[in-house]
Design a protein around this ligand. Sequence first.
Ligand SMILES: *[C@@H]1O[C@H](CO)[C@@H](O)[C@H](O)[C@H]1NC(C)=O
Ligand SMILES: *[C@@H]1O[C@H](CO)[C@@H](O)[C@H](O)[C@H]1NC(C)=O
Ligand SMILES: *[C@@H]1O[C@H](CO)[C@@H](O)[C@H](O)[C@H]1NC(C)=O
Ligand SMILES: *[C@@H]1O[C@H](CO)[C@@H](O)[C@H](O)[C@H]1NC(C)=O
Ligand SMILES: *[C@@H]1O[C@H](CO)[C@@H](O)[C@H](O)[C@H]1NC(C)=O
Length: 210
Amino acid sequence: MFGRRSSCFCCFCSIYYILIICFSLSFLIFWLIFLPQEPKFTITDASLTQFNFNKTNNTLNYNLAINITIRNPNKRVGIYYRRIQVIANYRKKRFCLVTLTSSPFYRGHKNTTDVHDVHIEGSQLMKFGNADISQFNKETTARVYSIDLQLALRIKARFGKLKTRNYKPYRKIDCKLKVPLSLNGTYANGFKANKCSNVYFFHNPDIDED
Ligand SMILES: *[C@@H]1O[C@H](CO)[C@@H](O)[C@H](O)[C@H]1NC(C)=O
Ligand SMILES: *[C@@H]1O[C@H](CO)[C@@H](O)[C@H](O)[C@H]1NC(C)=O
Ligand SMILES: *[C@@H]1O[C@H](CO)[C@@H](O)[C@H](O)[C@H]1NC(C)=O
Ligand SMILES: *[C@@H]1O[C@H](CO)[C@@H](O)[C@H](O)[C@H]1NC(C)=O
Ligand SMILES: *[C@@H]1O[C@H](CO)[C@@H](O)[C@H](O)[C@H]1NC(C)=O
């Protein structure tokens, strides 16, 4: 009696294992067919016409314009960008957040999108310590500022006819810039197009780091 019961249990558990193996295999095959690659984000242009810090009232006045290029390198995976937020930081301190209001757009296969003329301007109360101020003064002398942008996105991916739900990648994309200050209406050139890092839409950074 016990023998029969245990063999029945075993046939149940082997079905269970077969199901798991089938599921993992189909997932693996799906992934291998589509092999999604991460999109590429590049800051192609940045111009800074104002970047003043007033020590009396601790206010930073800034005026920065950037162009972003987004490329989807995938042949079979489409990406919908639902929302893009640009967060601007100086010395790891946020001074501005801009939400791009342009309507959601779809980028199909091997397609490139230009998001031009993103304006980051205004004034912001900043808590700068001595080290921040001395770095700021150094950069003011050199007329080149280290500004770190982060891009926070909400996206949707399309695999053939299958669409994912809207989701927010866990990590923000990092773009570390060195932006020359334009003085007096003369346009400072010398900004180098800069590829952003930390793009993880499809791959978990904790599993495969490169
Ligand atoms: C800094 O701010 C104070 C108070 O608003 C103002 O009196 C002063 O003129 C400002 N300094 C500069 C250099 O703009
Ligand atoms: C601080 O001073 C700047 C000018 O240097 C001015 O534009 C800004 O409005 C002032 N901020 C406050 C809160 O008074
Ligand atoms: C890229 O996408 C745009 C808008 O969907 C489309 O007009 C354009 O033809 C596409 N370019 C390529 C190379 O597929
Ligand atoms: C950035 O965008 C502006 C406005 O579209 C354009 O005039 C400028 O040439 C662009 N810069 C680059 C490097 O593409
Ligand atoms: C700023 O512009 C004015 C008038 O266009 C000019 O006289 C002055 O030399 C310029 N200053 C600098 C530093 O370029």
